[in-house]
Design a protein around this ligand. Structure first.
Ligand code: SF4
Length: 356
């Protein structure tokens, strides 16, 4: 007998094909999809509306797995961080950031990252490999297991209400698997997280931005962090390949295709580097030049061991926000979460520094 196939991560069509290869009718694939993604069931024996014979065939041919939880930490503010391990021993981190009646799960798309943003802890861990669609989807399923949020809630009240693709890795460097994973996560017959509650964040891989959004229909966030090329290249080397003009042009093209969508620009506030009033004015000029409907997310920098940057003082962050707001842009200052367990934005890493 050949190796068993993992079911988590197969598209609906692939699942249908897998079952038809076993001689089963298409509606069986629908039932199985529901067991996997609506009920979160991992035990074939408990899939009671499937015949014994089919359950046996499934046991023989397939697996339904989750990554192993290697470590789990709960912050004093209830942010939770998991260190997850896949079948080949590779690891990623995932974070859940709760609000009063909802919350966002921050998932990873790669082990390490090749982009190497200088402010990012993950960026100091070189890229090992892309995650498969199943490995991306199953992270969220671990979060659902932890919070017991199965079957998928049918009302709007959910603990795990949002997904942010902002963990380890650059999703547009693993586009095919990320698209497939987001299509599974948002499928209405299963996990059913609405596409408008999913945000994909990119460092600005300009040629893939429009394609990525057309294929997923999710929200876009761009890690901007600087208002000009000179500064941006200093902290994000990827800017030399895809300078601001290319990134913002792609944003404009995207909005030309779907005028209703706002783009969130993430802006890390780094002490005496990108936090001056002149930088805020320059940012406004950029948005106007490219006619972008934009909101800003000002992120207080979360230091990690060995990093070269310091957070901007609060008064400078507030002044920066005010300038953007006065020009008509929403510019909320993100409240740092999970800092005590290194779960805040830019702090994720699944290897110790000595393992690089
Ligand atoms: S910020 Fe994102 S793209 Fe940049 S190094 Fe970190 S994980 Fe990679």
């Amino acid at each position: 007998m050949g190796a068993k196939t993992e079911l988590i991560g197969l598209s609906k069509e692939e699942l249908q094909k897998a079952l038809s290869d076993l001689g089963e009718k298409p509606f069986r694939a629908k039932q199985l999809w529901q067991w996997l993604y609506y009920f979160g069931e991992t035990d074939f024996d408990k899939m009671t509306n499937l015949s014994k014979d089919l359950r046996h065939k499934l046991q023989e041919n397939f697996t339904v797995s989750r990554p192993k939880i290697v470590a789990e930490q709960l912050s004093s503010d209830k942010t939770r961080k998991w260190l997850l391990e896949f079948a080949d021993g590779q690891r990623v981190e995932m974070v859940y950031i709760p609000e009063a009646d909802r919350g966002a799960v921050c998932i990873s798309t790669q082990v390490g990252c090749a982009v190497g943003c200088r402010f990012c802890h993950t960026g100091s861990q070189k890229l090992t490999r892309n995650l498969s669609a199943g490995e991306i989807v199953s992270q969220f399923m671990v979060a659902r297991d932890t919070y017991g949020e199965w079957p998928s809630p049918t009302n709007e009240v959910r603990y795990l209400s949002n997904i942010v693709v902002m963990g380890m890795g650059e999703p547009l460097h693993n586009l095919e698997n990320t698209v497939k994973a987001l299509n599974i996560l948002s499928d209405g017959d299963g996990i059913a997280i609405s596409r408008r509650r999913i945000t994909m964040s990119t460092s600005g891989i300009a040629p893939r931005i429009v394609e990525a959004l057309q294929k997923t229909g999710v929200r876009l966030a761009i890690s901007l962090h600087a208002p000009n090329n000179e500064l941006r290249s200093q902290i994000m080397p990827i800017n030399q390949r895809y300078p601001l003009e290319k990134v913002l042009q792609a944003c404009q093209d995207y909005q030309a295709g779907d005028g209703s969508r706002y783009i969130t620009f993430e802006y890390l506030m780094l002490d005496r580097l990108n936090d001056s009033p002149e930088c805020a004015q320059e940012l406004i000029g950029l948005m106007k030049k490219y006619h972008l409907r934009a909101t800003f997310n000002l992120i207080p920098f979360n230091p990690w061991p060995g990093c070269a940057f310091r957070p901007s003082p609060n008064n400078r962050v507030r002044e920066f926000a005010k300038i953007l707001e006065n020009a008509g842009f929403a510019a909320p200052i993100r409240v740092a979460r999970g800092q005590d367990i290194l779960a805040a934005c830019g702090q994720l890493k699944s290897q110790k520094n000595s393992e690089n």
